[in-house]
Design a protein around this ligand. Structure first.
Ligand SMILES: Nc1nc2c(ncn2[C@@H]2O[C@H](COP(=O)(O)OP(=O)(O)OP(=O)(O)O)[C@@H](O)[C@H]2O)c(=O)[nH]1
Length: 390
């Protein structure tokens, strides 16, 4: 079987152009910033290769110089756009200035030294390889919740292309075995073969990142109460259950405040449903702004909220309840009508499940309602038992 560079070049360009053309059909047109950057990287990559092919029709002319420079610029910008996508998906990445600088310096330098084959091949390929390695580095250590294995596929593909590109640069700059882009040198054939394969793999990985982003956003939506921005009942269980299990293992106290806005129905009836919604939002903001990093706040029903307080005794939870109440007059002034709440407090007993803890806090809450509202009632604790991890 004969693998000639021309055929491989055609296959490479056909692959990349096809990917660029079908990507809107696969990914749709309404994309987030990361997926948009990733999709543009496919398009720019295709344009780069088209320029590279076109340049071969006018060898060693000004046309060649311009088209080849456009190709090099296309590859450098492709890497930069992949970096942008990774920064959106995985959080701020290192080496940003270097990646940007390389996407400018690489084509500018290439254009300037175009007259010397060794210089231009060495310059462009080695700088593109360095840039690719910097973008590869950006696949690691995510600071967001995205951490899927697609990052390793992308990093592997980019490392492969970086090594082959660097090899081309070294051969072109320091030897005479690689006189043109189409030379059938084994390294060039290997590079062209993998250049046709790796972009497909990398674009597959990009789809993995896009999928993980969408899945994470959907999950966030599923566990968030849209009105207050707090966790909803589903999210509450998802976050509170492991937190209780963790506290149980460490033998730490956990308190639960169950909070219910007083006379909420009459707020709706008297001031309208919008005012009721604003009251719920104000309550959500009050809980969000007054919780510590590990406290869990959720809206678990119409006007019912939960605040789970790890490492918090009954006295500390009661202080928190007081602190929340001190803010109520200011909130009422903002809303244009008074806002008050009743609360039930339960401190988790050894072996107690989340469900049982909530039932006790709820009973205490009803006692607060029966006792005239606008106050905190603490649940009566069942008799303590020795703690075993859940
Ligand atoms: N504006 C608004 N109202 C809601 C929402 N969810 C539930 N409600 C209303 O909340 C009201 C709850 O009424 P009740 O359960 O009688 O509670 P309450 O009037 O606060 O009575 P107490 O708890 O005994 O003080 C109902 O009228 C529901 O329609 C919401 O998202 N927005």
């Amino acid at each position: 079987m004969l693998l000639d560079v021309n055929t491989l070049l055609v296959v490479t360009v056909a692959n990349i152009v096809t990917l660029a053309l079908v990507s809107p059909a696969v990914m749709g047109l309404r994309l987030g910033a990361a997926a948009r950057a990733a999709r543009w990287s496919i398009v720019v990559h295709a344009v780069g290769w088209a320029c590279m092919i076109a340049s071969n029709f006018w060898p060693e002319t000004w046309m060649d110089r311009w088209l080849s420079t456009m190709a090099v610029a296309g590859f450098a910008v492709t890497h930069w756009l992949l970096y942008v996508a990774l920064a959106h998906w995985l959080g701020p990445r290192r080496f940003r200035p270097a990646v940007i600088a390389l996407s400018i310096l690489t084509p500018v330098g290439y254009f300037a030294v175009f007259g010397s084959y060794a210089l231009r091949v060495g310059w462009a390929n080695l700088l593109l390889a360095v840039q690719l390695l910097l973008v590869t580095w950006a696949c690691f250590r995510p600071t967001t919740t995205l951490h899927g294995p697609w990052r390793m596929v992308l990093a592997g593909g980019m490392t492969g292309i970086a090594v082959l590109t660097a090899g081309r640069g070294v051969l072109g700059a320091f030897t005479d075995v690689y006189p043109t882009f189409l030379t059938p040198h084994p390294w060039n054939i290997a590079a062209m073969f993998l250049t046709s394969l790796l972009p497909v793999l990398m674009n597959f990985a990009v789809l993995g990142g896009w999928h993980e982003e969408a899945e994470t956003a959907l999950h966030k939506l599923a566990i968030t109460d849209t009105l207050t921005g707090l966790l909803n009942r589903r999210g509450w269980h998802e976050v509170a259950l492991p937190l209780i299990a963790h506290a149980s293992r460490l033998g730490q106290p956990v308190s639960l405040l169950m909070i219910d806005i007083d006379f909420f129905k009459s707020i709706n009836d008297r001031y309208g449903h919008d005012a009721g919604d604003r009251a719920l939002q104000a309550m959500g903001a009050l809980l969000r702004e007054n919780r510590r990093a590990h406290d869990v706040a959720a809206r678990i029903g119409g006007e019912e909220f939960c605040l789970l307080l790890p490492s918090c005794t009954a006295e500390a939870a009661s202080d928190i309840d007081q602190r929340l109440r001190q803010r109520l007059p200011a909130i009422g002034a903002d809303l244009g009508f008074p806002l008050d709440f009743s609360a039930g407090l339960a401190v988790r007993q050894p072996q107690e499940t989340l469900e049982r803890l909530m039932t006790r806090a709820d009973t205490a809450l009803y006692a607060a309602k029966d006792g005239g509202r606008g106050c905190l009632v603490s649940a009566e604790s069942p008799s303590p038992q020795p703690e075993k991890p859940l």
